[in-house]
Design a protein around this ligand. Structure first.
Ligand code: CMP
Length: 140
């Protein structure tokens, strides 16, 4: 297995539930390292561009509004097989389908307000990390 980096976003619903600490602790206790993190409100331009791949989907406009509804916590996680490991910890997009104990099973409200985002491939992780962080902001 390879050392990988992945992008994690704790979404506005989970921030509002005061779940930041529990979610970051879940990553750390599973062996992933936080090598960068910041809390911020996305701009509309950032939210639209970050989810541009979904621009033609009916859920795109409400997804953008949701991501603008409050601050998010954006982190870079590092570890062996970090992209898929992080996705396993998050659970399925639809929380009713998420395995018990996963972050979405614990904290998500519905398929849109689903607590967390994670990169879905190593290539997308590189692009998503570069979207939010300069390489000099990663603490190795
Ligand atoms: P995320 O992993 O951030 O990737 C795209 C996001 O779009 C997803 O989590 C959800 O927040 C949202 N999403 C995906 N599918 C749907 C859907 N069917 N209905 C509403 N929102 C969705």
């Amino acid at each position: 297995m390879a050392l990988e980096h992945t992008l994690s976003i704790i979404k506005p619903d989970a921030v509002a539930k005061r779940a930041i600490g529990e979610i970051l602790a879940t990553f750390e206790q599973a062996g992933l390292s936080v090598v960068a993190t910041k809390m911020k409100r996305l701009t509309r331009a950032e939210a639209e561009a970050f989810y541009a791949v979904h621009a033609d989907r009916p859920f795109y406009a409400p997804l953008v509004e949701f991501m603008l509804s409050g601050p998010v916590v954006i982190s870079v996680l590092a570890g062996e097989n970090a992209v898929m490991h992080h996705r396993q910890l998050m659970g399925a997009t639809d929380p009713t389908a998420a395995a018990p104990g996963t972050i979405r099973a614990r904290f998500a409200s519905n398929t849109r307000e689903n607590a967390v985002h994670g990169s879905d491939s190593v290539e997308n992780a590189q692009n998503e990390i570069a979207f939010f962080f300069a390489q000099t902001e990663l603490c190795h």
